[in-house]
Design a protein around this ligand. Structure first.
Ligand SMILES: [Zn+2]
Ligand SMILES: [Zn+2]
Length: 394
């Protein structure tokens, strides 16, 4: 069995990866509108001889690279969508579509996954198993993974392991975040209506003021994280939107609040919801108001299977060294990649890609976001080696 030098092969693809990424970057498409991107992806996968399915989860594309022999199925996921942001970068490959921008690096993710497909398709005769490349739409509105799963992306064949990566500007190039357990939070959104009794602002005793009630609720909700949860369990409760009233001299009839809850564990999520209901109901009732709380659990936590991440750290060590990996990199940000890792062991890692020599830091979703394009060949090498660990007999 000849061993494959993933790094050399990926480095040789550097220029074409950059050209492709810049093309995607110039032509960003929002959630479920990734028609051009999906078209390019499908065309490239067809060219490589993969079995291609389009229109999976509306604009998603699936490519199956079948090895010469039977073996496990590895899912590789890349997201394709951009964000509704007016790009402020002045480089020549900046977005040509006003108000749309690849400000999260998904142009890079799509490019890397296509690079992996190309690299591994050259070694089809050595592969025992198959690789299911999943190009997902609509990550930024957390709808794409759900749509693809509903369209059967996890069936026929069902993956034995799911892998994914996110370019990460918070870390320098070459540094990886490969943690065990939860790495991105589950996300729930809530809408709370507090209903009182309106009246003249000068006669509060004749009304039931939902504004004062809302103020107490907002403050008390912050006690859930600090007083009800185990301090070692991370969680966030943020009230982010308030709608109340029409004038300075009117006590309104009701107040509407919106916000988000982020948690790493489902049992923590459920405890937060229970405490929210108790606190809101208790305070509203004490102040003579009533309340209506709606919570939608949008996204599951992304949780790395410890066996998979352990195995991947072994693979990645030869690329970045043991010191190049952070086993604690986590974020309260959310991702719907977790849906491909439910009941399927998986691993989602962060690939450091901050722009070198830049004085100013522009994070993900910033109008001046960019990443170091040297992360593209590195990403191809790492992901190819990760997949090979499962489908290339040693
Ligand atoms: Zn994003
Ligand atoms: Zn992203």
């Amino acid at each position: 069995m000849t061993t494959i030098d993933f790094r050399t092969q990926a480095n040789a693809m550097h220029d074409e990866l950059v050209v492709r990424r810049r093309d995607f970057h110039q032509h960003p498409e929002l959630a479920f509108e990734e028609f051009r991107t999906a078209g390019i992806v499908a065309e490239e996968l067809n060219k490589l001889g993969l079995e291609v399915q389009t229109g999976v989860g509306k604009t998603g594309v699936v490519g199956i690279l079948e090895g010469a022999q039977d073996g496990p199925t590895v899912l590789v996921r890349a997201d394709m969508d951009a964000l509704p942001i007016l790009e402020e970068n002045a480089f020549e490959y900046a977005s040509v579509v006003p108000g749309k921008m690849h400000a999260c690096g998904h142009d890079g993710h799509t490019t890397i996954a296509l690079g992996v497909a190309k690299l591994l398709s050259r070694h089809r005769d050595q592969i025992a198993g198959r690789i299911k490349f999943v190009f997902q739409p609509a990550e930024e509105i957390v709808g794409g993974a759900k749509a693809m799963v509903a369209d059967g992306v996890l069936n026929d064949p069902r993956p034995d392991v799911s892998l994914g990566l996110h370019l990460w500007n918070g870390m320098p190039l070459g540094r990886l975040g490969v943690a065990d357990g939860p790495v991105m939070a589950g996300s729930s959104r809530f809408t709370l209506k507090i209903i009182g009794k309106g009246g003249h602002a000068a006669s509060p005793h004749q009304s039931l003021d939902p504004v004062v009630c809302a103020a107490h609720v907002i403050t008390a909700l912050q006690s859930i994280v600090s007083r009800n949860l185990n301090p070692l369990d991370g969680a966030v409760i943020s009230v982010t939107k308030l709608d109340a009233g029409t004038a300075f001299n009117i006590i309104p009839q009701h107040v509407e609040l919106r916000g988000t809850v982020r948690t790493f564990k489902l049992e923590v999520r459920d405890l937060v919801e229970q405490r929210m209901r108790e606190i809101i109901q208790g305070i509203a009732s004490a102040m003579g108001c009533t309340s209506e709380l709606q919570i939608e659990h949008d996204v599951l936590p992304v949780s790395n299977h410890p066996d998979v991440s352990e195995r991947m750290r072994g693979v990645f060590q030869s690329f970045v060294g043991a010191d190049g990996m952070d086993t604690n990199e986590r974020t309260m940000g959310s991702e719907d990649v977790g849906l491909f890792m439910t009941d399927i062991p998986g691993m989602y890692f962060f690939l450091g890609a901050s722009v070198p020599n830049s004085d100013e830091y522009y994070g993900h979703h910033h109008p001046r976001f960019d990443f170091d394009e040297n992360a593209l060949p590195l990403g191809v090498a790492l992901m190819s080696a990760a997949v090979a660990e499962y489908v290339l007999p040693k």
